[in-house]
Design a protein around this ligand. Structure first.
Ligand SMILES: O=P(O)(O)OC[C@H]1O[C@H](O)[C@H](O)[C@@H](O)[C@@H]1O
Length: 528
């Protein structure tokens, strides 16, 4: 397309949100008008689905749940006065708690102030708080946040070692909607032991964010933890950033949570408009559908040209892939849907994988995120009349152009600056786009049946481990792997048994493997 036509296309398709100062440019997605027309009926349905969802329909039929994250930033929209009140009250409690912690009205037993936070959670109970902390936490926050988002012992050690001398002024926020996910449970137990090791009464440092009456809630209640905040059944983990899950850690770090909610609300208002061209989330969903042929044939590469937005792609990975990555559609038909998401930041990635994007396998579309304000205050000149920010902007524009010239599509989202309002708006924009896209391809975006398989298999491995150990304890002599598998009663599990034993041997657990390590079948096993 020649430059003049392209400039016209840019103007024809440009979306601008005045209140937020946010632009969305999908002109470099090469769809035709006929393609847009062909999707109109699907969009009419998507708008109707979304309106029903916002009114409290059971939008997640498999789990028989409403989907209400939009109510969190506009409580008046909640389908009952009780829900409205609950949302408003929780928000007030969060603000009051954060203020008391920051002023020292709530303080640890042996210190006048809390200085740090350990946030324990995984998936939707970590990714939002991590993204927002990276994007918005002040340089010198009133409380500095550290994350334990795995059951990796050395990862846990790293956080605990760094905080060794500050544990007595560190608040622990345990986040788990279900209150039963193994990783945060393990993290909590280990952190609790570390507090006990320093003679600190864990309950006086601990806060729970979880569903009412979950296992975690029961522990927090019976042990008398400092505070408990509710997670709602109608908010999914990956859309929980504006519930207590995201707001408690953000408020504690001094992030303006009202502004974040306002930005999201403004975006929600804009993405409620049932008119494709006036609705930025619909425009995004249209672009995704076009790029991947409605089947996720192209990956979504997210490239924010701003360090503080580094974790946006990781955050979106869960939001998009857990929502859209589904085997069955709503009619039970096998569809294998999804869109793969990856990315880090520009221009950094230009020195890593952008080579492939520009010249290699054309299996992606890029989303460039542009921030107009380079920094607060004036910039020094790097060359006469040129600043670092000019370079960053030039690299973004250059990459967009270079990709286009080689027939690789891109979307550009532009925000005036990274602040609580624009971050709230970005989250809301993508939440809604995912919801629309799910309607377009007729899937349930709000459940995650596939995650269960891995969890069940992991639980079965731990069970197998117990059985293997008890067999070894009963035997006096060394056994072969086949013999152990036989005695456990699962001869088909010999490979898993071998791997369990190899792991135990590597961790001083009293297991000794003898023989040629390159020939696992020849090994014998005993207890030390
Ligand atoms: O908040 P939790 O209940 O601990 O869940 C944490 C995460 O784990 C699960 O496996 C789900 O797939 C995620 O959607 C969820 O965010």
């Amino acid at each position: 397309m020649d430059a003049r036509v392209l400039w016209q296309r840019y103007q024809d398709w440009l979306y601008y949100h005045q209140g937020l100062g946010l632009y969305l440019d999908i002109s470099r997605m090469q769809f035709s008008d006929a393609f847009v027309e062909s999707l109109r009926p699907k969009f009419d349905k998507a708008f109707a689905d979304m309106a029903a969802l916002e009114k409290g329909a059971i939008a997640n039929p498999d789990e028989n749940r409403m989907v209400g994250h939009y109510w969190l930033r506009n409580p008046d929209l909640a389908p009952s006065p009780e829900l409205t009140q609950e949302i408003v009250q929780t928000l007030e409690q969060i603000e009051a708690f954060a203020e008391k912690v920051q002023t020292g009205a709530i303080h640890p037993p042996k210190s006048s102030r809390f200085t740090d936070i350990i946030s324990i959670g995984i998936g939707g109970s970590a990714l939002g708080p991590q993204f927002v902390a990276e994007a918005l936490s002040p340089d010198f926050p009133p409380l500095k946040i550290h994350f334990i988002d795995n059951t990796d012992p050395s990862g846990i050690d790293r956080v605990l070692t760094q905080l060794r001398n500050n544990l007595s002024s560190t608040l622990v926020v345990v986040i788990s909607k279900s209150g039963g996910t193994p990783e945060p449970r393990n993290g909590m137990i280990e952190v609790k032991k570390a507090y006990a090791g320093q003679n600190l009464d864990f309950a006086q440092y601990a806060v729970a964010i979880t569903s009412v009456d979950s296992n975690l809630d029961k522990i927090a209640k019976s042990e008398g933890w400092l505070a408990r905040f509710p997670m709602y059944d109608w908010v999914g983990g990956r859309t929980s950033e504006m519930s207590a899950v995201g707001l408690v850690p953000a408020a504690l770090q001094g992030i303006d949570i009202r502004a974040m909610l306002d930005g999201a609300k403004e975006m929600d208002d804009a993405t409620r408009i049932p008119d494709l061209k006036k609705n930025p989330a619909a425009l995004l969903a249209l672009s995704w559908y076009y790029a991947g042929n409605g089947k996720g044939e192209k990956d979504m590469v997210i490239l924010p040209y701003k360090d503080s937005l580094l974790l946006f792609s990781r955050y979106l990975q869960q939001l998009v892939m857990e929502s859209l990555g589904k085997e069955k559609d709503l009619d039970g038909k096998t569809v294998y849907q999804g869109i793969a998401v990856y990315g880090n930041k520009g221009s950094t990635d230009q020195h890593a994988y952008v080579q492939q994007l520009r010249e290699g396998v054309p299996n992606f579309f890029a989303t460039l995120i542009e921030v107009l304000e380079d920094r607060q205050g004036a910039s020094p000149e790097i060359d006469p009349g040129v600043t670092s920010g000019d370079y960053l902007s030039g690299f973004l524009l250059g990459t967009r152009q270079a990709l286009y010239e080689n027939n690789r599509d891109s979307i550009t989202v532009t925000i005036p600056q990274v602040n609580a309002r624009t971050v709230g708006a970005l989250i809301a924009l993508y939440e809604r786009a995912v919801g629309f896209y799910a309607s377009l391809v007729n899937i349930n975006a709000y459940h995650q049946p596939g995650v269960e398989a891995g969890k069940k298999a992991a639980a079965a491995i731990l069970e197998l481990q117990q059985k293997v150990i008890s067999v070894l304890q009963q035997e006096k002599k060394a056994l072969s792997l086949e013999e152990i598998a036989h005695k456990v009663g699962t001869p088909e599990q010999v490979e898993s048994i071998y791997k369990i034993l190899r792991h135990l041997q590597a961790n001083q657990r009293g297991v000794v493997l003898t023989g040629d390590l390159s020939k696992p079948g020849s090994l014998t096993v005993s207890l030390a």
